[in-house]
Design a protein around this ligand. Structure first.
Ligand code: TRH
Length: 363
């Protein structure tokens, strides 16, 4: 059975921030617009989706936006017919009544647990594994996006690079270094601002609301616009995902975080710095290093060291001034590499395409 055109249910629980729903919303739109799937997105926190999707009315029990049916995931869960494909995002635990309805359905849905992105080697062993339900006649498959052919694809819309390159060609450049700053409140933002303020090159830093802007406000205080030495800080509104992409394309260096913006920075093909989502016992540092090992493999040693040093400094808070100086000095090779990296990943199937193919084989 062709998974294209089938009915898909995507379940998303917002743990915190925007990444869980950011990934689900992007995937839902792409499955609908590029693969002709009928997508229903269930989300337990409509208010977190609202900034990503300004057309949303969080009070409605059902609405269709950009071809996707959006439903609040409320309790008790409404009695609905399960879809042909069920995506459980990030092990969010499906509603028990829906799970039972899946078991009663014939044929059984293709059930996917969409996992977090990781560059770690173990992901290849787990990607695609089947896990039979302990009591119900259902099988769940684990789907791990990653960076190698043995893993699932990354979210990337058709025509994205063409649009990016057209924007870049139309961009007018001033002499300031344009930086976008999207990070958690724990990043050494104040120190970074001071380094830019006292540097040689003018820096214009674009900061979205939430944790990044709060960190800037804590450090600089007062009212916008902020000018300090060579630094200008510009508050940037929270915009829908396609506009966020354009912001990254328009900047010279992008500070990103979590999962979805981390991927978008790679597609922007510019030097970038990743504030990784912190995990217990520093598990995120292994994940950070696994990515850095892959990402820097094709770089000359000085540029590879500079990238590793700044990613670590940004995530640990130590060595920031020297790490920034090294990174800034290696901007040209890092910029060339950003483009090569994006171009090298692009021939792989993207996540939506990969999921459609995977489910096609299972149904
Ligand atoms: O917001 P994040 O930190 O999200 C997450 C969650 O914390 C999650 O629990 C965690 O597990 C995961 O990270 C790893 O970062 P992320 O993933 O980059 O998501 C941000 C989303 O917000 C992304 O889809 C881009 C979007 N965005 C916009 O669309 N417009 C904007 O103006 C901005 C600043 C972001």
């Amino acid at each position: 059975m062709a998974a294209m055109g089938l009915h898909w249910d995507i379940f998303c629980r917002v743990i915190d921030n925007f990444g869980d729903i950011g990934v689900c919303w992007r995937l839902a739109r792409q499955l609908s617009s590029e693969h002709g799937c009928k997508v229903r997105l269930w989300v337990d926190d409509m208010n977190t989706l609202a900034p990503l999707c300004p057309a949303l009315d969080p009070r409605l029990a059902a609405q269709t936006v950009e071809g996707v049916e959006i439903r609040p995931w409320s309790e008790p869960f409404p009695p609905v017919e399960p879809a042909d494909v069920v995506i459980e995002a990030f092990a969010c635990d499906l509603p028990p009544t829906y799970l039972q309805a899946m078991a009663n359905r014939s044929p059984k849905p293709c059930w996917i647990n969409l996992e977090y992105l990781s560059a770690e080697a173990w992901v290849e062993e787990c990607h695609g594994l089947a896990s039979p339900h302990p009591t119900l006649p259902l099988v769940k498959h684990f789907f791990f996006p990653g960076f190698t052919p043995g893993t699932g694809g990354l979210l990337r819309e058709a025509g994205l690079f063409r649009e990016r390159d057209a924007c870049a060609a139309a961009r007018s450049r001033g002499n300031a270094l344009e930086v976008s700053l999207f990070c958690y409140g724990t990043a050494p933002v104040g120190e970074m601002l001071d380094i830019w303020a006292s540097g040689d090159q003018p820096v214009r830093c674009h900061v979205p609301p939430g944790q990044p802007l709060a960190a800037v406000q804590r450090h600089l205080g007062g009212n916008v616009p902020w000018h300090q030495g060579k630094l200008e800080v510009v508050p940037a509104p929270f915009v829908p995902q396609p506009d966020f992409d354009r912001r990254l394309w328009a900047c010279d260096i992008n500070f990103v975080r979590g999962e979805d913006s981390f991927v978008r920075a790679q597609w922007a093909a510019k030097p970038f710095v990743w504030h990784i989502y912190p995990q217990q016992d520093d598990a995120h540092i292994a994940k950070l290093d696994a990515f850095l090992d892959r990402y820097t493999a094709g770089l000359p040693p000085a540029a590879a060291d500079a990238a590793k040093r700044l990613f670590h400094a940004w995530n640990t808070g130590s060595d920031l001034a020297a790490a920034w100086a090294a990174f800034a000095a290696q901007r040209a090779p890092l910029e060339r590499h950003g483009r090569q990296w994006a171009t090298a990943l692009a021939p792989r199937p993207d996540l939506a395409e990969d999921l459609v193919k995977f489910c096609d084989d299972k149904l």
